[in-house]
Unconditional design. Sequence first.
Length: 291
Amino acid sequence: MKNLHRPLLISSFLLLALFAVSCTKTESPAPAAENVAAPAPEATAPGAETPAPAPPASSSVAPAPATTRPNSNATASAPARANSAQNHQEHANTAASNGWGDKPASSPHVATAPAAPVVKTYTLPSGSTIRVQTTSTLSTKTVQQGATFAGSLSEPLTVDGKVIAARGADVVGRVVESDDGGRIKGKAFLEVSLTSLELVNGDRVSIQTSTFGQEAKSTKKKDAAKVGIASGIGAAIGAIAGGGKGAAIGAGVGAGAGTGAVLATKGEAAVIPAESVINFRTESPISVKLK
């Protein structure tokens, strides 16, 4: 009996081993499948979806075909970026023209020095008239020869339409002669001239001009009256003292006394009143440099 059961057991073990081997061969991957190269990934446009990775070759499930779907945002992004760049450039140009923001680069500018003003010389010729108004009164009783006096231009000095000395400019003069006279033979005499002038540019220049003289008023009538009065007084005194003869003698004595009094008295002073307008004539040119 034991001998009969042993072959059956051995047969059963062999069948189980064969079954196990067959199952193992079915589950193991085919060698050819391992050597099959995976398909190269298809090139996609920027922004397109990346295809899902293929499953391993050992899997029994076949890999799904790779599909690409165009990205609408990526397709529209190129024109949008171009419009954005153009708008940015227009905005920068507008900001530069309005004075704010970064200004576009420009070519270097070389600064040039301004042109120097042209200086021209203006000359007032000799023989020109200068009208001056005195500031104070000049009299032979108060001023001596060599004294100075002040005045101002009553009219501007012009050369070729250009003012070289304005109206009201300061003028300085000098007393050339001051003779108080004082005797019946002569009269008081006062003579003046100009020595300097203020120009429109502020410079003061020395000038030479003609002189202006002022003579005292005549006193002949006053002197005759003095002699006559003295003669009459003397005649009256002589008449009282000695009659007719005494009157004649008295008149002569009185006339002599009156004449002596006139000779001993000075005449009127020569006077140039304040604010008198006097004309002088230049005896040398007057030049000034003006822009």
